[in-house]
Design a protein around this ligand. Structure first.
Ligand code: HEC
Length: 292
């Protein structure tokens, strides 16, 4: 009975591992197969997979794009200027971050006659949003509300339009490749997904055609084009590069501690591997003199 249970358990573990391995090796072909609805391509991010980390230079370029392009409509109110200095992020120097903070105007209570006071930003201040309330934001944007981008990379995802019976296969594939970048892949596809509307589609007033936005009509005009923002580090400023860099920056904003999390994960796995080896050796020595 005991042996039966063990055999079943072993067979189950083996088939699960095999299924995972097969999923990894044949996954890309099946993912490319697509189905109904817009196809969102998986991109190669520096923070992909079990060991991926943010690239500091890319986050700095991404911040430049946020500042020069997106910040005129979108806030990042969950970030503070001091976060720009923290390890695992864009890692600007304290002086650079302070200079960025000082460009913002922050309201600072009231003076003696009851009038609102203002001062330049400090490192401890949150990022200042471009509009003081949603009504103002809507009236400047044809009635549409530009969402705050602090956690947008986590808040967005996409649905794979595949037959229901292949879903478990995709779960396995995602697990085996530690796929957590659905939000980033959607953002990249959104920013590069502006096209001319098909001739049989009637567009609403002030709306723009986008391949991947649900319903294909978005109130935001294409915010990026090639050579829009100067890169000081010599990277070629194509539309795709801009979209990748701002997406990476937004991914960091929504998960600033990813580098530390993956570092800890690596150490835990090494610790567990050594522990497993020691336990196995201990087991061998304990059972060495027992006949079985
Ligand atoms: C001129 C104003 C403006 C600028 C500049 C702008 N946006 Fe937007 N954005 C909007 C508006 C308005 C919406 C809401 C669109 C809607 O709901 O149809 C929006 C929506 C979005 C969304 C949400 C899409 C979704 O799936 O719901 C994202 C992400 C986004 N913008 C990213 C960016 C990025 C990144 C930049 C900078 C490269 C940027 N935007 C620049 C106005 C702007």
């Amino acid at each position: 009975m005991k042996t039966d249970c063990l055999t079943i358990l072993r067979a189950a573990t083996l088939s699960f591992t095999l299924a995972g391995a097969v999923a990894v090796f044949t996954g890309s072909a099946a993912l490319a197969a697509g189905g109904e609805g817009p196809h969102i391509e998986r991109q190669d991010w520096s923070y992909n997979g079990f060991f991926g980390k943010y690239n500091k230079a890319q986050l700095q370029r991404g911040f430049g794009i946020y500042k020069e392009v997106c910040s005129s409509c979108h806030g990042l109110k969950l970030l503070s200027y001091r976060n720009l200095v923290q390890k695992g992020g864009p890692e600007f120097s304290k002086e650079e971050a302070l200079a960025i903070a000082k460009e913002a105007t922050v309201s600072d209570g009231f003076d003696d006659s009851g009038d609102p006071k203002e001062r330049p930003g400090k490192l401890s201040d949150r990022f200042q949003s471009p509009f003081s309330n949603d009504q103002m934001a809507r009236s400047a944007n044809n009635g549409a509300l530009p969402p705050d981008l602090s956690v947008i990379a986590k808040a967005r995802t996409y649905h794979r339009h595949v037959p229901w019976y292949t879903e478990p296969y995709y779960w396995l594939y995602d697990m085996a490749t530690a796929y957590e970048e659905k939000g980033s892949d959607y953002l990249y596809a959104l920013l590069t997904g502006y096209k001319d509307a098909p001739s049989d589609m009637t567009m609403g007033d002030g709306m723009h055609y986008n391949e991947v936005f649900p319903g294909h009509q978005i109130a935001m005009a294409a915010p990026l084009s090639s050579e829009m923002v100067d890169y000081e580090d010599g990277t070629k400023p194509t539309l795709e590069q801009h979209a990748k860099d701002i997406t990476a920056f937004l991914a960091w904003a929504s998960e600033p501690h990813l580098n530390a999390r993956k570092d800890l994960g690596k150490r835990v796995m090494i610790y567990l591997a050594i522990l497993a080896l020691l336990l196995y050796l201990a087991k061998l020595s304990v059972w060495a003199r027992v006949k079985h």
